[in-house]
Structures are given as structure tokens and as C-alpha cells.
Design a binder for this molecule. Sequence first.
Ligand code: SAH
Length: 400
Amino acid sequence: MSRKFEVQVKGFLHGIPVPFPDVANKIRIYSSMSILEELVPSQPIDTPITPITASNDEQVDSLAPSPESNGQAKIMSKKAMKKAAKAERYQSFKLERRAREKQMQKEKKRIKAQKRAAGELDDSAELEEKARKRQKMSGFGGKVVLDLAFDDLMSDKEINSLCSQLAYTYSANRNASYPFTLICTSLNGRTRDRLQAINDGAYKRWARTEWWDDSYERFWLSPGASGSSEKAGPTSADLDARQRSLVYLTADSGEEIEELKPDETYIIGALVDRNRYKNLTLDKANKQSIRHARLPIGKYISTLPTRKVLTVNQVFEIMLKWVETRNWEEAFHSIIPKRKFLDGKKGKGGKRSEEEEVALEGDEDAGAKVETVNGDDAGAEILGTVIQEDELLEAHVQAI
Ligand code: SAH
């Protein structure tokens, strides 16, 4: 259920005067926000802010300096001001986007109604559109496993980056024309804690996403097989078939994937390691007798190394794009940041060694589409905004 809040920040934040005008704008905050469902802005967030006027049924509460501040003006640190400004810009952007989307929907409906009234609506075109919508609803059919079994191999910072990448992954799936079913397996440790800490465990409400404590081995180990009786397990032919439907995606594989199939399940290693653990997922796949393959990057993009290591969300977004276009080249170009195509070319001292070339994972492109944000915390920046929103809610919002 969605709780609605409205606040007016009249030049004060945390009871502290704020010197920039943006924050003094009226902002509305929608809680329930399942904020991790609203993560990636589809356009820059520095859109001009349109002031919002309260409608009749909406009460606007003014915020005055807090009593503890005793009327004394505290000076906000530069960092706190930046943080607050960012949170405010993000809110404004979100409101604007929602309003725009609503307006577009209304317009579409109006045009359709007009056409229908004029007898211009083609029945078959309408049926086609409905079929397309149905197709979208049912998605591609394939499953993608995010293997979270590497929690203890990452630093806290890397865990944070990973959680951001998971959020980007979810967000991309949510907006995709042909989404996958996402299955996050082996959820544990600090990754679980970090996800839980954000917006009261909003990740649990992500659509089309399952969270398993178990490993993906559950795919081929029937419930009986993990219990006391070995005999209750599936036949070896069943096991083989189930195991064969899994493909571990890993940059270190010698095999290249040619196409994605709806009846196959693709595993992505959910880890950020700057390729410190070379062959980690390849070795895991081999040990479990799971097929493995890398994306056919070198085959389609001559300026990139064949074994370029990408981030979790980049790999996933490339897959989504391929499903939509059936074109690897287009998929790579639309997801891998442009400058990376140049990075793949010869450096000053001649051709890079393959070692160098593969060590690109975990770099500044965690959120491939949010190139303006630096550092491998690109996603974390956005999660940071989430946390600021929570703080804002706690500190200032009066529920109505
Ligand atoms: N050292 C890690 C790299 C992690 S990168 C490893 O051994 O896998 C995060 C994940 O993205 C990888 O585990 C892999 O599943 C996927 N990935 C990254 N680049 C890829 C590529 N070029 N082809 C296929 N999968 C890739």
C-alpha cells in the first residue's frame, strides 16, 4: 500500500537553513516508494524543477527549524548540502517523469478514442497490438540466475557496488520489452544485510524476481534428492537434461554463445572483484559440469578484447537488448560505454596484453547508462540517494 506524504521545505533542512533555492521548493515524497523499483533515471536528473501546487485534498505542512536547534542557525557542511541537493533533484525528476508519463498515456487514449469514433481504427492492428502486449507480459521465457554465492570474497565496498548492480539489473528488467525471470540464488551474508537495510528490504518486492537461500543446484537436485533418501531423486537422464539447460556465462570460457534460448537458464556470477579472481566462475562451472560460454564480444566488435569482463548489469542488459533486437552488435553498442570501444584499441605502448584487457570489470561503468556518475559506485550513488530519501522521510515528513 502506498502512503503519501507531502512536505514543504521552506529554506530549512534538518532545522538548518539551506542556502540554495532548489531545496526550498515544495517536494512530495511518496513512500512505499519501493525505491529500488525506481532507481535508474532514464534521462539526466538536472531537469528544470517545476513547482508543484497543492491540490484541495492535499495538506501542505511547513517545516520550521527544529526546537533543538534553539533558533540557532547551524551551518550545513558542503557534503551535506550536496547530498540534500541531489536528493531534492532526484525527487523533482521523479515527479516530473511521472507527470509526463501520465500525460502521454492520456494523450494516447484520447487519440485512440478519436480514431475509434472516426471509424479509423483498424481491428487487425488493434489485435496485433494486444498480441504484442501479451508477448511482453509473458516475457522472453528464459531465466537468468544471479549467483550470489561469492559474498565472502568481496570487500564491503564491493558488496555495495554489487547491490547497486543488482538494482540496475532489476530496473533494466522491469523496463524491458521482453523481460527475463530473475532468480537470485545463495542470498546470504553482507549482501543480504545490505539489501535488507535499503528501504526496509524493498528488494523482496521486486517483480519477476525470486530470492533463494539455496544455490541454483536446486534446479537439478529434486526435493527428494536433497533429503535422506538418494533413491527419491530424479533419474540421471533427468539430471542431465536439467543440468544441460543451464549455461554459466563467464568471460573466461573458450566457448562463445551464439543465441539465447527461452528454454535455457543463464547464470551470471554476482560479484564485483576487478577480476581479482580470474577463472572463478569458469572453474565453478567446470566443477559442477555445467556448460559455460562467454558473450561473443570479439566476434562482433573488433576493437574490444574477446575476453572483456563486464559488470553484472551490463551482461544482463546486453542479454535484454539481444532478445529485443536479435543483434549482438547492436546490443554491445547500446550497453557498453562508447569510450570503452576506444579503450579496447592499442594503447600508447602498443597492444595491451590480454591480462590487462580483461581487467576492466568492476571499473567505473557499474551503471553503464549512468556515465555521468564516477567510480565503481555508480549504482551506489543512486542507492545513496535512496538512503537520503529515507532520512528525509524520517526527519521531515509529516504523514497525512
Ligand atoms: N572474476 C569474475 C568476474 C566477475 S564479472 C569471474 O570469474 O567471473 C561478473 C559476472 O559477469 C561474471 O561472473 C560473468 O557471469 C559475467 N560476465 C562478465 N563478463 C562477461 C563476458 N564477457 N561474457 C560472459 N559473461 C560475462
